[in-house]
Design a protein around this ligand. Sequence first.
Ligand SMILES: Cc1cc2nc3c(=O)[nH]c(=O)nc-3n(C[C@H](O)[C@H](O)[C@H](O)COP(=O)(O)O)c2cc1C
Length: 185
Amino acid sequence: MMEALEALHNRISVPRLTEPAPDEEALLNIYKSALRAADHGLLTPWRFLVIKGASLKKLGNLFVEASLSDDADMSPEKQEKIRRKPLRAPLIVVTISSSEQHPKIPVFEQELSAAAATQNMLMAAYSQEVGAMWRTGSMAYHPLVKKGLGLAIHEKIIGFLYLGTIAGPTRELMEAQVELFFKEW
Ligand SMILES: Cc1cc2nc3c(=O)[nH]c(=O)nc-3n(C[C@H](O)[C@H](O)[C@H](O)COP(=O)(O)O)c2cc1C
């Protein structure tokens, strides 16, 4: 297991993922990390769906159904490309922000917490040498996808976290440009 700072300074997304999916222990570490995200008022404004095996194909079918509802004339090739999207990893965790109106805590902050939970999962994956990539794309916002995944009206998809075994090299990281983004006020 790597040092926390080493992981924080070097985390990188892995677009090319393959079998096997992370094992139970690695997954549990990832899930527990999500649940330690900063959370104003401790509202736990999130829930997660774990999609693997045959359910990845179901998700691909749902993506095609949603895409066809926007463009019924879509070519079969395009449909197949969309259908294969969830097969880019052996396991996907969908982060859903499950926010409620609250007298003190804006919905935006609750959504930020769900995003922080997703980032925590990226970090937990990286620190265990599990490949991970946070994706959204138009499907994350499509009403038919949201319905098919069982989201309530007040819920949003924050991201599809693709998880798996690293397949191939990742890009070289540049030195962090701290002075560019941090200025004394
Ligand atoms: C909310 C969110 C949605 C994203 N959606 C996509 C996506 O759909 N496709 C994609 O290629 N990258 C997407 N990214 C970016 C990648 O996850 C990744 O951060 C980016 O490619 C930079 O790589 P790095 O994380 O290794 O620095 C998204 C990032 C965030 C925060």
